[in-house]
Design a binder for this molecule. Structure first.
Ligand code: ADP
Ligand code: MG
Length: 698
């Protein structure tokens, strides 16, 4: 039998393959590009392309594609075959360095938010050599960035790579100040925990809302939900186990280190986590993971739902973004060290994150904002829309001691001066886990928990990397000019704790009292919806920070804001239209038919015996009729709200109409329809119910 190590990464042009297929000179040159960002020359690119092509063909590949992540949220690929006609009437298989490095997809229909006039249809894709090429089906996929001819980023990878570079630059400055002259680069790493639902394909196909919107728009609460907590970490059902087995195999072949899998809280909900890796690779891998989950599910007669809130009243799905920064020498800069001096450096990096999260709460909120995730944030199961940080008791005590110049319990000397020999050694606080915090320190990394399950992790990490780079820049500017390094360091850490203490919260993030305290006493932001937060992307402080680190240009930010709001409006509009159609063609006819039959029954019964009262039937007919009238009325109202969107003056105004008029009307319509569902005979109801769907996989 083949073991995992036999086939792990077989479909990846990874370091092992490069070493085996490239000359030492080409390999070393490529390695320098990958590790240190050195420019790649044409002869190297040609040699790599040729080796890549031979390898891919030996694996059965016939095509290649520049694989990229446009702003639609999914990945895009346009396949070209390797074939090129030869004079003798046959073909030869060709792939040049030029084709490897740059591609020109006809990309006129990808969203650009006005960055690229549609007549200028071509953007170009550029190879990202830091993420390995891989084979999917019969196609060699080359991870690429996607830009307009003016050089503007039209994708998620470009700003992510730029943010990693910004963080690298500033972190190295700090490390040099601490006497580290050997680290060549610093990179952020991420391990994203991916939640998803698995339901039967048959149920999925029978629900237009799931097919068009990824979530149910109607559905009354099932008799049994998640209240028994019997699904969490429970035994995995055979059909699900088969799915997970094949999923793991497919991911492993692509070099994706799928590591843990378990059932989640809600029925039919599961989670997969890989072993963490460099942020841009983790981002590519997460996109692939989501794609392959859906493909493998289909093969097993299942549907994999990645929506943040597929079922109202049942826990939604998120994606925990475990994030840390480390040097190429393997030092995790968020890991408390062995010596006090290392701990001073650790505390400085910790403070950089605290300051970043407080100063750029809005950017972090924006980075996870989608119509889907709005249903989840703040709904007693996921972190609230208010951002706060959890550090654990030990670190809190350390920070408090520094802030107040008070003695720390573990310190030998009386004062917490951050000198070389006085800072105590403290233990990592791994036992103390706060599950309700949006941004929790978990021993040697931070876990950002607000991401929605369908989000690309790129956006959150762009904002994290950039805002932490900004804190580090401010620190480095001050420390590089300081006469007394240790005194300056101490003062700066102390000042950060004082200035940003408000963002630290160790209590229950799901508690209503916290939201009140956070917003009213601490002045933290609470942007409840995408429409509320997105325009703040263009606030001066955010634009200044992001452009100064060259993560985005002003134009790119404007276009992104517009595209994200457009996505929000389009998503909800599609939902509203789906609801209208389901109500008119499915629900109303069904309820009306059932009411009519019930009414006929009354007539039949009374004809047989006029003295019969038929209280049940007549009451039911009344209720059902009132409900159909209400459903019909709400449907009309919703339709007219949707029509009015066309008159909105700009995308911000439209998003506000969506938030204030369309979404509330959708809720009203749903309420009436869900009540009708509880009164209508199951044989009449046109769609599978929550109970059918959630318990459909055995
Ligand atoms: P839990 O569910 O308890 O939060 P998991 O084990 O499911 O934890 O997931 C933790 C994730 O964090 C994994 O993807 C793991 O690889 C990742 N991780 C661990 N250490 C680091 C680190 N230093 N930097 C980034 N991610 C990390
Ligand atoms: Mg977690």
């Amino acid at each position: 039998m083949k073991t995992v190590s036999d086939y792990f990464g077989v479909n990846v042009f990874d370091d092992r393959v490069m070493k085996a297929t490239l000359s030492a000179k080409v390999y070393n040159s490529l390695k320098q590009t990958i590790d240190e960002g050195k420019a790649l020359d044409v002869s190297v690119a040609n040699a790599v392309a040729s080796a890549m092509k031979d390898w891919a063909i030996s694996k059965g590949a016939t095509h290649f594609t520049h694989w990229f992540q446009p702003l639609t949220g999914i990945t895009a690929e346009k396949h070209d075959s390797f074939i090129s006609p030869s004079p003798d009437g046959g073909v030869i298989m060709e792939f040049s360095g030029k084709e490897l490095i740059q591609g020109e997809p006809d990309a006129s229909s990808f969203p650009s938010g006005g960055l690229r006039a549609t007549f200028e249809a071509r953007g170009y894709t550029a190879w990202d050599p830091t993420s390995y090429a891989f084979i999917k089906g019969k196609t060699l996929c080359i991870p690429t960035a996607f830009c307009s001819y003016g050089g503007h980023a039209l994708d998620k990878k470009t700003p992510l790579l730029r943010s990693m570079e910004a963080l690298n630059k500033q972190a190295l400055r700090i490390l040099r100040l601490f006497g580290n002259d050997t680290a060549k680069y610093v990179r952020s790493s991420v391990g994203p925990e991916q939640e998803y639902f698995l339901i039967s394909k048959e149920m999925y196909d029978a629900r237009p809302d799931l097919r068009f919107c990824g979530r149910t728009l109607f559905g009354s609460k099932p008799p049994k939900g998640q209240e028994m907590d019997d699904h969490y970490f429970g035994a995995i059902k055979p059909k699900v186990a088969e799915f997970m087995e094949e999923l793991n195999e497919e991911l492993w072949k692509l070099g994706i280190t799928a590591k843990t899998e378990h059932n989640e809280v809600a029925p039919a909900q599961h989670e997969l986590a890989p072993i963490y890796t460099t942020t841009n690779v983790a981002t590519d891998h997460n996109q692939l993971t989501m794609e392959i989950m859906q493909k493998v599910a289909q093969k097993h007669g299942l549907a994999c739902l990645l929506h943040e809130k597929p079922f109202a009243g049942v826990n939604g799905s998120g994606k925990h973004n475990n994030w840390s920064i480390a040097t190429n020498e393997g030092q995790n800069l968020l890991s408390p060290g062995e010596t006090p001096y290392e701990n001073a450096q650790f505390l400085l990096f910790l403070c950089a994150v605290i300051k970043a999260v407080d100063d750029y709460q809005d950017l972090l909120r924006i980075s996870v904002a989608t119509a889907g995730n709005d249903h989840r944030l703040g709904a007693n199961e996921a972190p609230p829309a208010v951002i706060s940080m959890f550090l654990g008791d030990e670190l809190n005590a350390v920070l408090e001691a520094i802030e107040t110049d008070a003695p720390y319990k573990g310190a030998e000397k009386t004062q917490m001066k951050l000198g070389v020999d006085v800072l105590p050694k403290f233990n990592r606080d791994t036992t103390d886990r706060n599950r309700t915090s949006p941004f929790a320190f978990t021993g040697n990394k931070f876990e950002f928990r607000m991401l929605g399950s369908s989000n690309s992790i790129a956006c959150a990490n762009i904002m994290l990397n950039a805002s932490v780079a900004e804190s580090l820049k401010i620190y480095a500017d001050r420390l590089e000019g300081a006469g007394d390094f240790e005194a300056a360091l101490h003062d700066m850490i102390k000042k950060t704790i004082k200035d940003h203490r408000r963002i630290i919260f160790n209590g229950n993030g799901y508690d209503d009292a916290w939201i009140k305290e956070a917003t009213e006493v601490r002045g933290l932001l609470n942007y409840r919806t995408t429409a509320d937060c997105m325009p703040h992307l263009l606030d001066k402080k955010n634009v200044d920070m992001l452009t100064s680190h060259k993560v985005f240009t002003v134009d790119e930010l404007q276009s992104r804001c517009e595209i994200m709001l457009e996505n929000y409006c389009k998503t909800v509009t599609i939902e509203a239209n789906t609801m209208i159609s389901m109500a008119k063609t499915g629900i109303l006819p069904a309820v009306a038919a059932f009411a009519a039959v019930t009414a006929k029954n009354v007539i039949t019964k009374k004809a047989a015996d006029p003295s019969l009262s038929c209280v049940y039937e007549t009451g039911l007919v009344k209720k059902l009729t009132a409900l159909t009238d209400e459903i019909a009325e709400k449907t009309e109202q919703l339709q007219s709200e949707v029509i009015k969107l066309a008159d909105a003056d700009g995308i911000i105004a439209e998003s506000e109409l969506i938030r204030d008029r369309v979404l509330p009307k959708m809720c009203e319509l749903r309420l009436a329809a869900d009540e009708a569902e509880t009164l209508t005979a199951k044989s009449y109801w046109p769609y599978p119910t929550y109970a059918d769907i959630l318990f459909s996989v055995r």
